[in-house]
Write a new protein. Structure first.
Ligand code: COA
Length: 160
């Protein structure tokens, strides 16, 4: 599906679709500027869903420039590919960090609605602490994000 078709599907048709991996391929655990472009494009689509849901704007694309500091944890599950009658790895969530020399920021996270409230993001929190150490969390924060941060005991680095 082209980017234009993906855009139309998300915006006009309101379809929220897990993003299938390329055939015979898997998503990297951490997708970065060094990951194949098809992977980055799948995350752009999830970011599009988030902007439609949270009304927080959308400036992400799959370019090297945009991904210069970006590291995104991919959350995947096996979903049915009806055409191929096979379950295939699909992207169902994204947790996006930017690692700049001066600041590390959790920029956004978005989980497909069918996979929410299963502890997916919470279970990854120790991994983030180990990988990034002290990090900030961007604003605005949705109610769900506030609930998540409270639940994991997140303390804003500016207040520590
Ligand atoms: C925010 C979001 C990423 C949380 O992911 P998730 O995998 O569903 O969260 P978890 O299942 O790991 O939940 C962890 C904690 O957050 C709390 N939480 C999750 N959704 C919540 C909600 N809507 N309201 C209040 N608390 C919520 C849970 O109660 C849980 O706490 P507990 O274990 O103490 O009960 C997900 O709801 C989402 O994608 N929302 C839409 C996009 C969004 O709001 N993104 C954040 C903006 S950056």
């Amino acid at each position: 599906m082209s980017n234009k078709q993906k855009w139309e599907e998300a915006t006009y048709k309101s379809v929220i679709r897990p993003q299938r991996a390329r055939i015979h391929c898997n998503f990297d655990e951490w997708v970065t500027k060094d990951s194949p472009k098809w992977q980055r494009e799948c995350f752009v689509q999830l970011r599009r869903y988030q902007s439609l849901e949270c009304h927080d704007g959308m400036s992400m694309d799959a370019s090297d420039t945009c991904w210069r500091f970006t590291e995104i944890l991919s959350l995947t599950d096996d979903c049915l590919n009806e055409k191929r009658e096979k379950y295939e790895e699909s992207l169902i969530g994204a947790i996006c960090f930017t690692r700049k020399p001066e600041i590390i920021m959790l920029e956004f996270c978005w989980i497909h609605p069918f996979w929410r409230n299963k502890g997916l993001v919470k279970s990854k929190w120790p991994l983030f602490q180990k990988k990034f150490g002290i990090f900030h969390v961007s604003y605005p924060r949705t109610k769900a994000m506030q609930g998540l941060l409270k639940s994991v005991g997140f303390i804003d680095p500016n207040l520590q």
